[in-house]
Design a protein around this ligand. Structure first.
Ligand SMILES: [Zn+2]
Length: 170
């Protein structure tokens, strides 16, 4: 019967080796204790789960804010550009003379080229065309020279939009 036990747990007969075996065992036991401590730490970390839930919430919120931050970045770069333009931009806030500024002429040209000099409402090609600001010049300073904020319109359609806007405001 004792033979069976020895087959399962063969103990070295050499006393020195036996000692080594015991040392190894005790070390393994020490390791077990450590792992128990680790377990304890883990469980403690698990107890801190509410915090991690909060972190998740914060993460998701930050993620939701990501879209905003992209917009903010665009605005930032735009405002930076506005700073570059400096006094010229400030002095031409909404007076008619903003139309003379180089930036505005360039913007107009780009909008016309994108729309192939065609009124986007009635399809008139060439003739009297206007580059219309979808977000208004006066109220959306940051979008003033963004091509996507431009729309090519003939003079008639441009007037219509202006009238429509006055109605909207009132
Ligand atoms: Zn038109």
């Amino acid at each position: 019967m004792g033979d069976v036990v020895n087959k399962e747990m063969p103990l070295p007969k050499d006393p020195q080796k036996h000692q080594e075996y015991r040392d190894k065992m005790s070390q393994a036991n020490k390791g077990k204790v450590l792992s128990q401590q680790t377990k304890l730490k883990l469980s403690q970390a698990n107890k801190g789960k509410p915090t991690s839930e909060q972190t998740k919430l914060k993460m998701s919120l930050a993620h939701m804010g990501y879209v905003h931050s992209v917009e903010a970045k665009q605005k930032m770069s735009q405002s930076h550009k506005a700073r570059w333009e400096g006094i010229e931009t400030k002095s031409s806030l909404d007076g008619p003379h903003h139309r003379e500024c180089f930036e505005h002429k360039e913007w107009k040209r780009k909008v016309f080229e994108r729309d192939e000099y065609t009124c986007q409402d009635c399809g008139q090609i060439g003739g009297g065309l206007n580059a219309h600001h979808i977000f208004q010049w006066a109220t959306h300073i940051l979008f003033r020279f963004l091509v996507w904020n431009g729309k090519t319109l003939c003079l008639k359609c441009h007037k219509k939009i202006k009238v429509y806007r006055r109605v909207q405001v009132r």
